[in-house]
Design a protein around this ligand. Structure first.
Ligand code: SF4
Ligand code: FES
Length: 259
């Protein structure tokens, strides 16, 4: 199949970017978007031109690095799929493809389709550690956790940190990502020691990183390749409220005891 591929080219965050069109010929329907870019890059390198910069690693929907916008949708319109899991067979032959970087103030463009998503890492770092010794794997039933709780925690832990939720949100909010990260630890006993402080630190870091506010439109969950539910945002809000309330109660207790 043949396609015309329009790719956002931008040398650095300081340079002006523009769409550049590349005709791509003799493609096979089973090629992924990343393999299409590989082919374009091989031709560019052969012609002595600068190849298109894009992020990728696992190429099987696990690492979350292949973040780009395909025809206006982060990771493309295939449900529950990352860019590396989006194949040319999903598009009509002869169709035009538009590939752009994720756009958000917190995700500055590094080059072409590659953006700096380290703001998400800093939210995770703000959450800190769990003060439970890890060591060797314990006996499976040593810590009793209800099956439904374990399954909920696994659902939240499925977030791969790709940032598509931010790119899809008109406010560039990172609430869905932060909610998933806060919730999976809050549900399990191992994450309970720092539960209260963790949520407040992560939310504070999220605000400090220029992410916008959540307005409950749901665009984040609709594009999420791991189908992280909006329910987790409600859980994040409950966790933050719970923690703030506990702080007030602790402070009040201290004041009473000092009298
Ligand atoms: S919540 Fe979904 S879209 Fe957002 S970072 Fe996690 S996996 Fe990606
Ligand atoms: S390259 Fe790892 S999720 Fe796509």
């Amino acid at each position: 199949m043949d396609l015309t591929v329009h790719v956002w080219r931008q040398k650095s965050v300081k340079d002006q970017g523009a769409m550049v069109s590349y005709p791509a010929r003799n493609l096979t329907p089973d090629m992924s978007i990343l393999e299409l870019l590989d082919q374009i890059n091989e031709e560019l390198i052969t012609q002595g031109e600068d190849p298109v910069a894009f992020d990728h690693d696992c190429r099987e929907g696990i690492c979350g690095s292949c973040s780009m916008v395909i025809n206006g949708v982060p990771h493309g319109f295939e449900k529950a799929s990352t860019t590396c899991q989006t194949f040319l067979r999903s598009f009509r032959p002869g169709v035009d493809l538009y590939l752009e970087p994720f756009r958000a103030a917190a995700f500055p463009v590094v080059k072409d389709l590659m953006v700096d998503r380290s703001a998400l890492d800093r939210i995770m770092q703000a959450g800190g550690f769990v003060s439970v010794n890890t060591g060797a794997a314990p006996e499976g039933n040593a810590v009793a956790i209800a099956k439904s709780t374990a399954e909920d925690a696994m659902d939240a832990a499925a977030c791969i940190g790709c940032g598509a939720c931010v790119a899809a949100c008109k406010n560039a909010s990172a609430m869905l990502f932060t909610a998933a990260k806060v919730s999976h630890l809050a549900l399990l006993p191992q994450g309970n020691v720092e539960r209260g402080e963790r949520v407040l630190r992560m939310v504070a870091q999220m605000d400090a990183e220029k992410f916008g506010s959540c307005s409950n439109q749901g665009a984040c969950s609709a594009v999420c390749p791991k189908e992280i539910s909006l329910d987790w945002i409600a859980k994040l809000n409950r966790e933050a409220l719970r923690s703030q309330f506990q702080r007030i109660v602790t402070q009040a207790d201290r004041t009473v005891n000092q009298r």
